[in-house]
Design a protein around this ligand. Structure first.
Ligand code: NAI
Length: 255
């Protein structure tokens, strides 16, 4: 049975955030740290990782990891568990833009990289962290998918396949881990201002957001981080297996 008055605080919990050197991962790491969690800031960009861990303070530590490297995942999770003594929260957020036309000679390569970084890595991170998550009284997993997992933009099949897979993986994990009280949810961000969307010119961002979103604007990484926080609270004990759009109403809008 859940605690009758479950906590709405993550203070004292240990959280792993992948892709935490930039964008939504960085915003999530900073928010979790501000809420009193000890954060493992994980990213392939070592220097940026160290900088974000310093910004977080509160005992945050940086871990350089390419999440496409299966052996490195196992080693990094073991190091994090040894450093912090516990793992309560895992946010699988690392991602890469993977636009590629079907007849592009690099298609196979882009496909494998997209699925490796944004789908296979998620299950590997979860399986490696499970022994410690199982010891937590409020274990929480959040995977960052995309509205590209709910619909599709032309020329984006590797990314769409990976993100749709994340939604399916989330459901499967929720069902498998539910009996142990571990919740697994995913967030589907819409257009968010991060390094990933830097290449989109400001005037295109404005036009796109006005045409496509209910709120008529791009989102900020912090607006996603707050929903991720809400899903990892101990009090979020009866929500699992869902995909929540945080998209300014992109999926809601027809015209
Ligand atoms: P970002 O480019 O600002 O941050 C992504 C971070 O992931 C970077 O720090 C990068 O170094 C790291 N990363 C990439 N590959 C990695 C690897 N193999 N191993 C470890 N770290 C790796 O991008 P953003 O937008 O913050 O992306 C975060 C997540 O949100 C991604 O999964 C992305 O697909 C997803 N997303 C982004 C949207 C947007 O509009 N920005 C919309 C929907 C989903």
């Amino acid at each position: 049975m859940p605690h009758p008055s479950p906590s709405r605080s993550i203070a004292g919990r240990t959280a792993i955030v992948t892709g935490a050197a930039s964008g939504m991962g960085r915003a999530t790491a900073l928010l979790f740290a501000a809420e009193g969690a000890a954060v493992a800031v994980v990213d392939r960009d070592r220097a940026a990782c160290v900088a974000v861990a310093e910004e977080c303070g509160g005992g945050a530590r940086a871990y350089a990891l390419d999440v496409a490297d299966a052996d490195a995942i196992v080693g990094t999770i073991a190091t994090i568990a040894a450093d912090f003594g516990r793992i309560d929260i895992l946010v699988n957020n690392a991602g890469i833009s993977s636009f590629c036309a079907l007849d592009d000679p690099a298609y196979e390569e882009v496909w494998h990289r997209a699925l490796g970084v944004m789908l296979t890595a998620h299950q590997r991170m979860v399986r490696a962290a499970l022994p410690w998550l199982r010891q937590s009284d409020a274990a929480r997993i959040v995977n960052i998918a995309s509205t590209e997992g709910l619909g599709a933009t032309p020329g984006d099949t590797p990314y769409v396949a990976a993100k749709t897979g994340v939604i399916g993986l989330t459901r499967g994990l929720a069902v498998d881990l539910g009996p142990e009280g571990i919740t697994v949810n995913c967030i589907c961000p819409g257009p968010i201002r991060t390094a990933m969307t830097d290449a989109v010119a400001e005037e295109h961002k404005v036009v796109f957001a006005k045409r496509r979103t209910a709120l008529r604007r791009y989102g900020e990484p912090e607006e996603v981080a707050h929903i991720t926080l809400s899903l990892v609270l101990p009090a979020a004990s009866y929500i699992t297996g869902v995909a929540i759009p945080v998209d300014g109403g992109l999926m809601a809008r027809n015209a």
